[in-house]
Write a protein that binds this ligand. Structure first.
Ligand SMILES: Cc1cc2nc3c(=O)[nH]c(=O)nc-3n(C[C@H](O)[C@H](O)[C@H](O)COP(=O)(O)O)c2cc1C
Length: 317
């Protein structure tokens, strides 16, 4: 259980809030994944969209770690449960069916994946890798689209607009800033992970340090045209958010395993009208759940995690 919880806890989450708890099922043959609502981010995420995406990412890591331990994880998603109910249950009673465990190539990337908020080079993501990322998301029921230039410009404009609106909103701004950590911690964003800011202000990285920033990050030139991918679902229910989280993590682990870096640009998703305008009308109906920035560059700094003792409950059956 320790290795599983460690893998689940390594997942990405909004502001590194880590809004999860893991608990062995009463029969001790599986693991429940609970939301830790004390760790919600209520102003930026009033509906729990990002919370479910983060929990979905943890579920994906658990599936890969279970396979690494030779177990076949049968996952039941329970997004509509009451607060005390798990959001997902993994039945781990069956041994893995194939000699090549699910996600074997992804397991080492669980610990090696970090948000890279540094400038990327102008090297394109190879088409074959883009195709693999699309397949990875599709296998989780989510559509990944690598945006063309006009789409990138539209999403950057919306992200800048959302970032400015967050900066102008006292409660949103204060909430974001509360997750910046100046001292060693077990959650939140350490200064070392902030990366740089774009000298030319065309890649709107999130202003964790306030507006104007209380702690300056180095000004550097970012890639000329960022490579942005959106994750889109047909519907917009908590189940779709859990699927998005699993797709995000599957894509991010695959990217990491292939030497590609990523970070999230989430600001436009957090405001209903900018979220709505993220959809590309030409692509047909769908709900954009996440914007990923992909590219080649530094791996990103390690952000801390809560200890396994803090996230793994005792069995209660
Ligand atoms: C739903 C969601 C939204 C996020 N939004 C942002 C964002 O807007 N800006 C950013 O730099 N990172 C964002 N992140 C990345 C988290 O800050 C990051 O995963 C967390 O700090 C842990 O760090 P790690 O990814 O390096 O493990 C987001 C992650 C998730 C899951």
């Amino acid at each position: 259980m320790h290795l599983l919880a460690e893998a689940g806890g390594a997942a990405p989450s909004l502001h590194n809030s880590q809004p999860w708890r893991f608990r062995p099922t009463p029969d001790l043959l599986g693991l429940e994944v609970h939301a830790d609502l004390d760790r919600a981010v209520p102003v930026a995420d009033p509906d729990g969209r990002a919370l479910h995406i983060s929990i979905g990412a943890a579920v994906f890591n658990l599936r890969v770690a279970a396979a690494h331990l030779g177990r076949e994880a049968a996952v039941r998603l329970l997004p509509a449960g009451a607060d005390a109910q798990p959001r997902a249950v993994l039945d781990l009673s069956a041994p893995a069916r194939s000699a090549q465990p699910f996600g074997a190539d992804l397991y080492p990337a669980i610990a090696g994946r970090h948000s890279s908020r540094q400038p990327f080079t102008n090297r394109d993501v190879p088409e074959a890798l883009v195709a693999d990322l699309i397949t990875a998301a599709r296998d989780e029921g989510v559509m990944l689209t690598l945006l063309e230039e006009h789409g990138v410009r539209r999403v950057l404009t919306l992200t800048s607009e959302a970032e400015a609106r967050i900066a102008a909103d006292v409660s949103r701004e204060a909430e974001t800033r509360r997750w910046l950590r100046l001292e060693p911690s077990y959650d939140g964003i350490p200064l070392a992970a902030l990366g740089s800011h774009d000298r030319d202000a065309h890649v709107p990285m999130r202003g964790f340090a306030g507006h104007p920033p209380r702690h300056t990050t180095p000004a550097e030139r970012f890639e000329a045209l960022p490579q942005l991918a959106t994750l889109t679902t047909h519907l917009d229910t908590p189940a779709d958010w859990l699927h998005t989280g699993q797709a995000m993590e599957r894509v991010w682990l695959l990217a990491t395993a292939r030497g590609l870096r990523a970070s999230v640009l989430h600001q436009a998703v957090e405001i209903p009208d900018t979220r709505w305008r993220l959809r590309d009308p030409a692509e047909g109906p769908g709900h954009v759940q996440l914007v990923l920035r992909l590219g080649y560059g530094p791996p990103g700094a390690v952000s801390p995690r809560r200890t396994v003792e803090d996230i793994l409950d005792e069995a209660n059956g």
